[in-house]
Design a protein around this ligand. Structure first.
Ligand code: FES
Length: 282
């Protein structure tokens, strides 16, 4: 969002600069034309007689002579290039070239900004938010935060829920989950679940009373580790690869693992209270 606003700002500034440059160029050429016209009319009217006309070179020579009290340094006038009036056609071409190059440059600049934004969006590891590896925190702290959040720790930067994986279910998990990239985290007692419902993509909130995840869109519901317990969803909630690094839980939100098949229920958890469906708690 910030990048998009920056690109729009740059494009507007470039357009203003281009407009100002074009106005200045027009004003200069208008002044030059007006000056030439006035000089021509003065000569035609005899205000400047051909006989009386004093050239700039003569004025300079007189001034130098005066300054040096007659000690005028001689110079060879043949070395001075005669002044040639600029070709109006050439000036017009130069202006058109300037405008064309400005427009091309502006478009090139805007396109490169747009390209950079697209690459940043598509390259998961390029940012520190969703799509990158997120350090959730020290294992003990994370566990305490989950408890403080009534069993469901939400981390918006990873679009994920972090819950506890019961140690008593690890034996079954070893069979069902196998050697997934999330296993080190599961073994340490965690599950990091993608918030997106595997049915049609709604965000799945937790339900404090039932201690399940309950999707408000079509009623799918899942236990605390994301295994499907009911509703139209084709599988359990997707989850992320996890690792333990220097005592910290690290969740790789760029590595999404498909949810468990229907019927997998490693924890055996049942509803612990009324459902929240129809009254989402988030
Ligand atoms: S999107 Fe969640 S049940 Fe349909």
């Amino acid at each position: 969002m910030v990048l998009a606003l920056a690109i729009i700002g740059i494009v507007i500034l470039a357009a203003i600069a281009l407009f100002a440059a074009s106005r200045r160029s027009d004003a200069n050429s208008a002044i030059s034309a007006e000056t030439r016209k006035r000089d021509q009319s003065r000569v035609a009217a005899g205000a400047i007689g051909v006989e009386e006309e004093v050239t700039g070179r003569e004025v300079e020579k007189a001034a130098a002579l005066e300054r040096r009290q007659g000690d005028l340094v001689a110079f060879d006038e043949s070395e001075i290039e005669p002044w040639v009036a600029p070709d109006p056609e050439a000036i017009g071409v130069a202006r058109r070239q300037f405008l064309n190059r400005s427009i091309i440059g502006m478009f090139g600049f805007a396109l490169s900004g747009f390209g950079a934004a697209v690459i940043a969006q598509l390259w998961p590891g390029a940012s520190e938010g969703f799509g990158s590896a997120i350090n959730v925190g020290e294992v003990g702290d994370v566990r305490a935060q989950i408890t403080a959040a009534n069993g469901f720790l939400y981390r918006p930067e990873g679009r994920m829920w972090v819950t506890e994986y019961p140690s008593g279910a690890l034996e079954k998990a070893a069979v069902e989950y196998g050697d997934t990239a999330a296993w080190p985290g599961i073994e340490a007692g965690f599950m990091a679940l993608f918030q997106k419902c595997p049915h049609l993509g709604c965000r799945v909130p937790e339900c404090g009373s039932s201690q399940f995840f309950e999707c408000p869109c079509h009623g799918s519901f899942y236990n605390q580790v994301g295994e499907k317990r009911g509703g139209p969803a084709p599988r359990g909630m997707d989850f992320f690869a996890m690792s333990i690094s220097n005592g910290n839980l690290v969740v790789d939100t760029g590595n999404i693992i498909g949810g468990q098949s229907i019927g997998v229920n490693t924890t055996g958890q049942e509803r612990e209270g009324p459902s929240c469906l129809g009254a989402s708690s988030h």
